[in-house]
Design a protein around this ligand. Structure first.
Ligand SMILES: Nc1ncnc2c1ncn2[C@@H]1O[C@H](COP(=O)(O)OP(=O)(O)OP(=O)(O)O)[C@@H](O)[C@H]1O
Length: 235
C-alpha cells in the first residue's frame, strides 16, 4: 500500500510578535495543509496574512509553536536549505528579472547556471500551458502571463509547498482564472498550495478556505466546487 505523503505544511500552536512590539500578531494558530490541496486564507488588511506566509515560508521564525514542512522540522536542520528545496513562493512583487527571457526566469530558481536547467524550466512552463511563451522577453508578457511565469518558477523544483500572496491582484477575470488553473495544476501534482487572497473567486475554487481573525484561523471550510478533499483511503 502506498504511504500517505506527509502534510505539505503544519503550523502547530504558532504565535508571532514583531520585535519591538508588545502584542502578538499571530496567536496560537493551527493549520494543517495536506499534500495536493489548495487552501485560501482571507481576512482584512493588517490582520496578519502576509505574516502567516512569512512564517510558513521560513522567512520569520515563530515566537512560539512549530512549523513543519513536508514532515521536516526547520529547527532541527537547515531552514534555508529546506526553504530552497521544498518551498516555492509567489510574492506580490513577482521579482521577475527583466534582462532574462521567460524560460531563463524560471530556470533562475535553481541559481545562475541557467542553461543547465533549460529543459526543466521549459517543462514547468509546458505543464502550466505556457510552452509558447518560453523564449519571449518577460517585458513583453501581460500581467497574467507574468503571474503564471512566477508560478512556474515557484513550481519548477517540484516543491512540497507553494505560498502565493494575492496572486490575482490587478488581473482581470480571465487572467485570474488562468492563474487559478495554474495553482490547481500544481496541487494536482501533489503540491500543497497556500494562497492569501482578497479575491472571492480564487477562494471559492480552493478546497479549503479560512479567515484570519484576531491572529487565529477560523475552521477550514469543506471542499470547494473545483478541488475535492483527498479521500480517506479506508472508505
Ligand atoms: N516589520 C514589522 N514590524 C512591526 N509590525 C509589523 C511588521 N510587519 C507587519 N507588522 C504589523 O503586523 C500586522 C500584520 O501585518 P501583515 O502584513 O501580516 O497583514 P496583512 O493581513 O498581510 O495585511 P494586507 O492585507 O494589508 O497585506 C499589521 O498590524 C502590521 O502593521
Amino acid at each position: 500500500m502506498l504511504e500517505e505523503p506527509p502534510a505539505a505544511l503544519v503550523l502547530d500552536s504558532v504565535s508571532y510578535r514583531y520585535p519591538g512590539t508588545d502584542q502578538n500578531v499571530i496567536e496560537n494558530l493551527n493549520l494543517t495543509l495536506p499534500a495536493g490541496l489548495t487552501h485560501a486564507v482571507q481576512g482584512p488588511s493588517g490582520c496578519g496574512k502576509s505574516t502567516v506566509l512569512a512564517l510558513a515560508g521560513l522567512i520569520l521564525a515563530p515566537t512560539a509553536g512549530t512549523v513543519t514542512i513536508a514532515g521536516a522540522d526547520p529547527a532541527a536542520g537547515d531552514p534555508d536549505a529546506l526553504r530552497r528545496h521544498r518551498v516555492g513562493t509567489v510574492l506580490q512583487d513577482l521579482g521577475l528579472l527583466p534582462f532574462l527571457n521567460t524560460w531563463e526566469n524560471v530556470a533562475a530558481a535553481f541559481g545562475p547556471r541557467l542553461a543547465r536547467h533549460r529543459e526543466r524550466a521549459r517543462a514547468a512552463l509546458s505543464a502550466l500551458d505556457m510552452a509558447d511563451l518560453a523564449d519571449r522577453p518577460v517585458q513583453e508578457l501581460s500581467g497574467g502571463q507574468r503571474q503564471r511565469v512566477a508560478i512556474a518558477r515557484a513550481a519548477v523544483h517540484e516543491p512540497a509547498l507553494i505560498l502565493a500572496d494575492e496572486p490575482t491582484s490587478g488581473l482581470d477575470e480571465k487572467n485570474g482564472d488562468l492563474v487559478m488553473e495554474a495553482l490547481l495544476e500544481c496541487a494536482a501534482r501533489g503540491t500543497g498550495v497556500l494562497v492569501v487572497t482578497h479575491d472571492p473567486r480564487i477562494a471559492e475554487r480552493c478546497a479549503r478556505t479560512s479567515r484570519l481573525v484576531d491572529g487565529r484561523l477560523t475552521d477550514a471550510t469543506p471542499a470547494g466546487p473545483t478541488q475535492e478533499e483527498p479521500r480517506d483511503p479506508v472508505h
